[in-house]
Design a protein around this ligand. Structure first.
Ligand code: PLP
Length: 433
């Protein structure tokens, strides 16, 4: 059966030999396999099912919209109220001066759109040479040709003939691995900002369009940049008239204990991208939100060119927009950000108790996203297998175990999750010499 699908981010040969975990239903923060075994979903699927696996209001919103207007487009001077309402709601939430929304279906599309709109903007401004985009090593921005290029992971480049030539990567802001001996967080942040400054100078500021970053680098290992880093980086970007694109695909909508990672870490972006928790991933939808200045340059340029030559058939799909609107309503009604702030210490403090364990190199995280980096080669996969046997699904990023539980998780569920992790760590310790 496994042969019929080319599964993403999977060792396909191994999968065809060993088979897969087959999940058949979900309830709250748990999912169930075909034999009825329950698992705590410790990473919300792919960092995305913020409201858990049984939010009936989202099913209801989809059902109502399916029976009213199951599809309509946003191309060619057509619109529909549900996309307009969602854009309005998003613009109420995002920081000024962000003022216009472009809808897509995935985080990759949102970041791809960000690149294209930044290029279009610079062409509209008469700066056709200002096109390079800088991203972090170990940043993750998607799997399309452009966004896999921005992604700073070799798995996404090797044998795909990527990255494309207009991308530059800078040092990952991970103090634990990349600081020099004795270098404090602020000093490390200043050094990396200096590297960025030197890179832009060397490339020629007139050729560099934007810098893209996640507020917390998720797929690369849940890396929380050091104190002062983004302040220093923004000073450099401002000096060279380089735009800031904030990829909020994981951090957006409460994950870090603030509505957006940008607010939590003092980022003042020109472009923000969203997906995943925008609809709790019950249906696919993403958004790219741009500043006043970008929107104002783009609008007259579309008149010159005969239209904005960019769009997706199902971008701003009414059913997906209806589910996203209901998701945002639920976040507001349940004060999801307040809830995350309240329960985050259960996850963060309890995980930090493992910091001195002989198999643990670093424990890190913020809000309801965290990671435990193990120091033994191959330990990540083995630990995750023990956790699965004990009833929790966690994701290894190499030998780093990532945690990203649904935002609705209770203190009790988080305690249970960390407890299973601790037991799995002991299982692993007993196996090692
Ligand atoms: N940006 C970030 C930060 C992500 O974590 C992801 C996916 O994990 C993406 C972009 C790409 O999103 P998608 O898989 O929906 O294309």
């Amino acid at each position: 059966m496994e042969k019929a699908i080319l599964y993403p981010f999977t060792d396909l040969a191994r999968q065809q030999r060993e088979g897969s975990l087959r999940i058949v239903r979900g309830d709250g923060v748990r999912v169930y396999d075909e034999d009825g075994r329950a698992y705590l979903e410790g990473t919300s699927g792919l960092w995305c099912v913020s409201l858990g696996f049984s939010e009936n209001r989202l099913a209801g919103a989809a059902d109502r919209q399916l029976r009213t207007l199951p599809y309509y487009q946003l191309f060619n001077q057509r619109t529909h109220g549900v996309a307009e309402r969602l854009a309005e709601r998003l613009l109420e939430l995002v920081p000024a001066p962000l003022s216009a929304v472009f809808f897509g279906n995935s985080g990759s599309e949102a970041n791809d759109t960000a690149v294209k709109l930044v290029w279009y903007y610079n062409n509209a401004r008469g700066r056709p040479e200002k096109k390079k985009i800088i991203a972090h090593r170990l940043g993750y921005h998607g799997s399309t040709i452009a966004t896999a290029s921005l992604t700073g992971l070799s798995l996404n480049h090797t044998d795909f003939d990527l990255p494309l030539p207009w991308v530059r990567h800078v040092t990952c802001p991970h103090h634990y691995h990349n600081a020099r001996p004795g270098e404090g967080e602020e000093e490390f942040a200043r050094r990396l900002a200096g590297e960025l400054d030197a890179l832009i100078e060397a490339e020629g500021p007139e050729t560099v369009a934007a810098f893209i970053t996640e507020p917390v680098l998720g797929g690369g290992g849940v890396i929380v940049p050091p104190r002062g880093y983004f302040e220093e980086v923004q000073r450099v970007l401002h000096k060279h008239d380089v735009l800031l694109v904030a990829d909020e695909v994981i951090c957006g909508f409460g994950r870090t204990g603030a509505m957006f990672g940008c607010g939590r870490f003092g980022l003042r972006p020109d472009v923000m991208t969203f997906a995943k928790a925008l609809s709790s991933s019950y249906l696919p939808i993403s958004a790219t939100v741009v500043s006043d200045e970008i929107a104002e340059a783009i609008v007259p340029h579309t008149a010159l060119r005969g239209g904005l030559g960019h769009g997706f058939t199902t971008g701003g799909h009414p059913v997906c927009c209806a589910v996203a609107l209901e998701t945002l309503d639920i976040y507001a009604e349940r004060d999801i950000v307040g809830h995350v702030r309240e329960v985050a210490p259960v996850l963060q403090d309890r995980l930090r108790r493992f910091a001195d364990h002989p198999l643990v190199g670093e424990v890190r995280g913020v809000g309801l996203i965290a990671a435990v980096e193990l120091v033994e080669d191959g330990a990540g996969e083995r630990l995750v297998r023990h956790a699965m046997r004990r009833g929790a699904l966690l994701r290894p990023l190499g030998d780093t175990i990532s945690f990203c539980p649904p935002l609705i998780s209770t203190a009790g569920e988080l305690t249970e999750l960390v407890g299973i992790f601790g037991d799995a760590l002991e299982d692993l310790s007993r196996e090692l010499p």
